[in-house]
Design a binder for this molecule. Structure first.
Ligand code: SF4
Length: 401
């Protein structure tokens, strides 16, 4: 079992972006401190709270023999919280786990950053900022309902550097309303010129969970649905990003992630490698290796439960061996480094040799020794390839239907 990761969810934002399908809300700042206190209490009582929800956390989780080495505070917009509240969450982890923090990430939106906050973050132990850049084009940021503008990004990056943050990640979204080939090229170019250590490229998701998605389904016009790029354009944006980032020296290590060598996200790698992690806060998810569980999403209900000493867990699911095998492929093959097929065949008692050989002959997968991987040119159709691969395993194909 690998080292432990902790994710802390802060589900508060200043406004709701038009494309957002996350469980986040706009609340008064007066609710931040009670929320942070609840998170600290959940951390301090995590083991009895898990037991009261019939979670069978492996004894090694959180034991003195296991090291907590990555923390990710995400949201929402956790950088809205007073730095003292974020520092208290880290301190609570230090008091309750065996910690050797290697990577401590805070998600921050550009307009929320100032020198005083950045200095506090660094002093508290944050060493990586995941920066909600999204685009460098004001027209696109405005159409998407973002609070920041291009100049906020240029103001915030030097502030973070001056505070001593040596690991900055930018998020960019391919497929924003009003995005064109030229504007995407510009956003990519400006992001690269600012020289972050890490860049994530997310493809715009359209579903009924966002105002923009609903508008697409209902053919409205308020949120610029008619200005969304086509799927073909989005595929071209992704390919352009792959080419531009590669020529700028970034290494793609996952479907959506590129890094300077040595700056891959250690925390996110845990998700794709199926290492254990604990989630704290409203809507946070956890994984022990044999179970996945999740807290309730509603922040007020979460705070009420924790304040009364009750668990906020609303679902606990066993990870059957069929599900575990699916996860090995769906999560593992997101990584460009691939997966150890021999280990998987041995652990799950399956044989994929014939199907792998057939897919390899069509250029859909690559096999080098025991390692199976997807070629970079096929990442955009990864799901189709993995479904085809798993169909050759009778037990998985049967259970998935
Ligand atoms: S900042 Fe992020 S979490 Fe908040 S509304 Fe926008 S997309 Fe959603």
């Amino acid at each position: 079992m690998g080292n432990l990761g902790v994710y802390i969810q802060v589900p508060f934002c200043q406004t709701k972006c038009t494309y957002c399908n996350f469980h986040t809300g706009v609340v008064s700042p007066g609710r931040f401190a009670p929320y942070a206190a609840a998170v600290c209490r959940e951390i301090a009582n995590y083991r009895p709270l898990l037991e009261s929800s019939r979670v069978i956390a492996s004894p090694s989780i959180g034991s003195p023999t296991q090291t907590l080495d990555t923390v990710y505070i995400g949201g929402g917009t956790p950088s809205l919280l007073e730095p003292e509240l974020l520092a208290a969450m880290l301190q609570s982890l230090r008091s309750n786990f065996g910690c050797f923090f290697k990577e401590v990430t805070l998600e921050a939106d550009p307009e929320t950053i100032d020198a005083e906050k950045a200095a506090h973050w660094a002093a508290a132990g944050f060493n990586r900022i995941s920066f909600g850049t999204q685009s460098f084009i004001d027209e696109e940021l405005k159409a998407a309902g973002r609070m920041h503008r291009r100049e906020d990004i240029y103001r915030a990056v030097p502030i973070l550097r001056a505070a001593g943050i040596q690991n900055i990640s930018f998020d960019l979204i391919a497929g924003l309303p009003k995005q064109t080939d030229a504007s995407w090229r510009q956003s990519l170019g400006e992001a690269i010129a600012l020289d972050p250590e890490h860049i994530s490229i997310y493809m715009m998701e359209i579903d009924e969970g966002s105002r923009l998605g609903l508008e697409v389904l209902q053919s409205g016009s308020r949120y610029s649905a008619k200005d969304l790029p086509s799927e073909e354009s989005m595929a071209e944006f992704y390919e352009l990003a792959q080419a531009e980032l590669k020529s700028a020296g970034y290494v793609q290590y996952e479907i959506s992630n590129w890094a300077r060598p040595g700056f891959e996200s250690g925390h996110n790698l845990k998700y794709w490698r199926r290492d254990p992690y604990l989630g704290f806060g409203a809507g946070a998810h956890s994984f022990s290796g044999t179970q996945r569980w999740a807290n309730r999403h509603d922040a007020a209900a979460y705070v009420a439960a924790i304040s009364e000493g009750k668990s906020a867990i609303e679902s606990v699911d066993a990870v059957t061996s069929t599900l575990a095998l699916e996860e090995e492929f769906f999560l593992g093959l997101r990584q460009l480094s691939g997966i150890d097929l021999a280990r998987i065949e041995r652990e799950y008692g399956v044989s994929l040799a014939d199907k792998v050989a057939e897919l390899a002959s069509r250029g859909m997968v690559e096999k080098h020794g025991n390692i199976l991987r997807l070629p970079a040119s096929k990442l955009s159709v990864s799901n189709e390839i993995i479904v085809e691969l798993l169909r050759s395993v009778p037990v998985v194909a049967g259970a998935a239907r």
